[in-house]
Design a protein around this ligand. Structure first.
Ligand SMILES: [Zn+2]
Length: 266
């Protein structure tokens, strides 16, 4: 599933390839996409130029002169410049440019929202703290930790912290030296500080490598990311910890796999 670095990489690719291009036609191949965006609403975008591509958490926001398409790629959604096997939607632009939503498992969502109503749009409104914004301060971060919940599922809770998924949650906990089963409110101020710093550090490194491609994710130009080559614990059960050599362990937590070094992560 694309997480913050992958969605940010796609955002940058769309900005580079499509900013200023005018929408000339829409082909909906999968009517299920129209649940939160009717065909007339989509057609109202015809002739409008793509003015801005923004991201909030794992949501992409394509602003067509005051009307926005809000896209969440979920499990297997990809935004590509050409058609592939599982096309659900095609946006045709001026100069022959295209934006294709390819999505084998069909969980991606699309919503049409007026740009001036984005802030009140429920799925965006309920997102939590966003790394790389002025609101991401240690003070605000510590407030998230004031709970008895286990730290790993807490990091995945988009209403608390926006953008992390299972891969990066595992990796930030390794980087900060914190065991995934720890209770959030048991973290010392030093541990909280390490975690607070590890999150944007790791995300920035992953963005620089265009994200992590393990199965489906690809950039807006169809390329793979390369951060999978730098994962320290995710998917590495049984392999030696890159820091101390102890075999990486795996456990199931809230239905997701947690990977950790039993020695480096206390
Ligand atoms: Zn270790």
């Amino acid at each position: 599933m694309p997480e913050l670095p992958e969605v940010e990489t796609i955002r940058r690719g769309l900005e580079e390839g499509l900013l200023g291009a005018r929408l000339s036609g829409v082909e909906v191949r999968d009517p299920r996409l129209l649940q939160d965006c009717s065909l007339p609403e989509l057609e109202r975008l015809h002739g409008r130029a793509l003015k801005r591509v923004a991201r909030r958490g794992k949501f992409l926001i394509l602003d067509f002169e005051g009307r926005a398409l809000v896209i969440h790629l979920r499990m297997t959604g990809k935004l590509l410049p050409q058609e592939e096997e599982h096309t659900r939607l095609i946006l045709n632009f001026s100069e022959g440019k295209r934006l294709v939503l390819d999505d084998p498992r069909r969980f991606a969502t699309l919503a049409c929202v007026r740009a001036d109503e984005l802030e009140g749009f429920e799925p965006l409104r309920r997102l939590g703290l966003e790394p790389f914004t002025p609101g991401y301060t240690f003070e605000n971060f510590r407030k998230i930790l004031e709970t008895n919940r286990e730290i790993k599922p807490l990091l995945l809770d988009q209403a608390k912290l926006a953008g992390l998924g299972n891969i990066y949650a595992n990796e930030v906990l390794f980087r900060a030296g914190i065991h995934p089963l720890r209770r959030a409110n048991s973290l010392s101020p030093e541990e909280a500080q390490r975690l607070f710093e590890a999150i944007p550090e790791l995300l920035e490194e992953a963005i620089a490598l265009q994200g992590t491609t393990i199965s489906d994710y690809r950039t807006a130009t169809g390329e793979s990311g390369s951060f999978q080559l730098f994962l320290k614990v995710y998917g590495r059960a049984g392999e030696p910890c890159p820091r101390c050599g102890t075999p990486i362990e795996q456990l199931s937590q809230g239905g997701r796999s947690s990977y950790f070094c039993p020695k480096c992560q206390a």
